[in-house]
Write a protein that binds this ligand. Structure first.
Ligand SMILES: NC(=O)c1ccc[n+]([C@@H]2O[C@H](COP(=O)([O-])OP(=O)(O)OC[C@H]3O[C@@H](n4cnc5c(N)ncnc54)[C@H](OP(=O)(O)O)[C@@H]3O)[C@@H](O)[C@H]2O)c1
Length: 413
């Protein structure tokens, strides 16, 4: 008999129990509601027939600073709780709310964490951008929620910690990232024979095929124009450098527990195949769909059921050729750096992520060029000491230390 080397990650063992509990109606907390993912999630809800929509009451919405959009969303969905990035935004937000509507409003990281842990909530959509989403993701996991996770940085920074919290609290993570959601659909909804490889697809971003010389000239405006996906600024730049794929490789390792050498990336320009799993008998299973985040969001929201996402089914007859090729690691080294950080572990994924966030911001502000992004990340990975720790304080401390090291280096340039 074949012996399985694959151990389903601990939090996944809670999934059958969650599926049986049913959890409908499912009261939602949406963190990052004003972002690309948050808006798509609300679009899914707004497109549902009333008898289905009432199964997903919005209990809380959290924005960063965009209070105008948050107020419009809140006036429509009437959540009992709201949160914004700073205390000073609360009064102007109140001024934008409909007459007679008086939700409780929280502010800052502790406010987001309070929403994530609300007793009345069944599901938390974690869709803030960057390391700023970590504390709320941890709070949702500690409170035993179903966490629909878009904030991949949480797993890159603290995958081990999140897994151990979920094992204790009974929380589950349902991946929203389209590739990981595809893998989830492929792996979890069948009998779990051991996969030998996870194959994550990448569009290749807007600069696929560019030489180093071409890449030295690219502008933030060009980098923000992704060919297939409509996303927030940070993830669009991450897609252009292939760092997004690097973060996703680490995310997949944390979610699915396969050794690093069993997770691979293939460039698939059309973004119709979202990911594949490969088995020991040579067979491969793929998940396909139109590239639209409403689909994985609706999947996570309704799991283990299915509901309309508003996305039309993909017509394979209309699809162009499906092409697959190896990523260009020489001109897009960020993917290689992320794979190295995953292999070596310790604090390296935290350093990689923090340096990337600073570098992306500096590129958007035109302080460094496109190739300055991998340069800063490599320098930080070589220079910042990376003690291994799974403690929340140590993770946040290393994140802070790396950011200040990067800012110092940029100031000297
Ligand atoms: N977009 C996609 O297609 C996609 C796909 C897969 C995974 N993801 C992941 O999903 C997450 C969100 O991506 P996105 O594209 O939706 O980003 P986005 O459009 O930039 O939106 C980010 C959200 O986070 C809020 N925010 C920003 N900085 C914050 C801070 N310091 N504290 C609290 N909230 C803050 C923003 O609020 P304000 O705008 O109100 O300031 C906004 O609601 C990322 O982790 C990304 O990697 C995105």
């Amino acid at each position: 008999m074949l012996k399985s080397s694959w151990k389903a990650p601990v939090y996944i063992s809670s999934l059958p129990a969650v599926a049986l509990r049913g959890f409908f109606p499912r009261r939602l907390v949406i963190l990052g509601s004003t972002g690309s993912i948050g808006c798509s999630a609300l679009a899914v809800l707004e497109g549902l027939e009333p008898e289905l929509a009432c199964q997903f009451p919005v209990l809380a919405l959290a924005a960063g600073r965009n209070i105008e959009l948050l107020a419009r969303q809140a006036n429509l969905h009437r959540p009992e709780f709201l949160a914004v990035q700073e205390e000073s935004l609360i009064a102007p937000l109140r001024g934008l709310l409909a007459e007679g509507y008086r939700p409780e409003i929280f502010a800052g990281q502790s406010g987001y964490a309070a929403l994530a842990g609300l007793e009345q909530a069944e599901m938390v959509l974690s869709a803030q951008v960057g390391a700023a989403g970590l504390r709320a993701t941890l709070a949702a996991a500690r409170a035993g929620k179903i966490v629909a996770l878009a904030n991949k940085e949480s797993l890159v920074l603290a995958g081990g910690l999140i897994r151990s919290i979920c094992a204790e609290s009974g929380a589950v993570i349902l991946p929203v990232d389209s590739e990981h959601n595809a893998l989830f659909q492929l792996l979890m909804e069948r009998m779990w024979p051991e996969p030998v490889k996870l194959l994550i697809t990448a569009s290749g971003g807007p600069f696929r095929g560019f030489s180093r010389k071409d890449l030295l000239k690219v502008t933030p405006e060009a980098a923000l124009k992704h060919p297939n996906w409509n996303m927030g600024a940070k993830i669009s730049i991450d897609s252009a450098t292939l760092m997004n794929k690097g973060l996703e490789v680490i995310e997949a390792q944390q979610l699915y527990g396969l050794p690093p050498d069993q997770i691979e990336v293939t460039v698939h320009r059309q973004s119709l195949v979202h990911s594949l799993i490969c088995f020991s008998d040579g067979s491969q299973l793929a998940q396909l769909g139109t590239p639209d985040m409403r689909m994985p969001i609706a999947h996570a929201m309704a799991w283990p059921r299915r509901m309309p996402s508003g996305v039309p089914a993909l017509s394979l007859n209309d699809a162009q050729d499906l092409s697959f090729e190896l990523p260009d690691l020489e001109n897009f080294p960020c993917l290689g750096y992320a794979c190295e950080a995953m292999r070596l572990g310790g604090g390296l994924p935290i350093i990689l992520n923090a340096a990337n966030e600073i570098a992306v911001e500096a590129f958007l502000q035109k302080r460094i060029g496109f190739m300055g992004i991998p340069e800063l990340i490599l320098a930080a990975m070589n220079e910042v000491a990376s003690p291994p720790s799974c403690m929340e304080e140590d993770i946040l401390e290393l994140d802070k230390k790396t950011r200040s090291w990067c800012l110092d280096r940029l100031a000297k340039m």
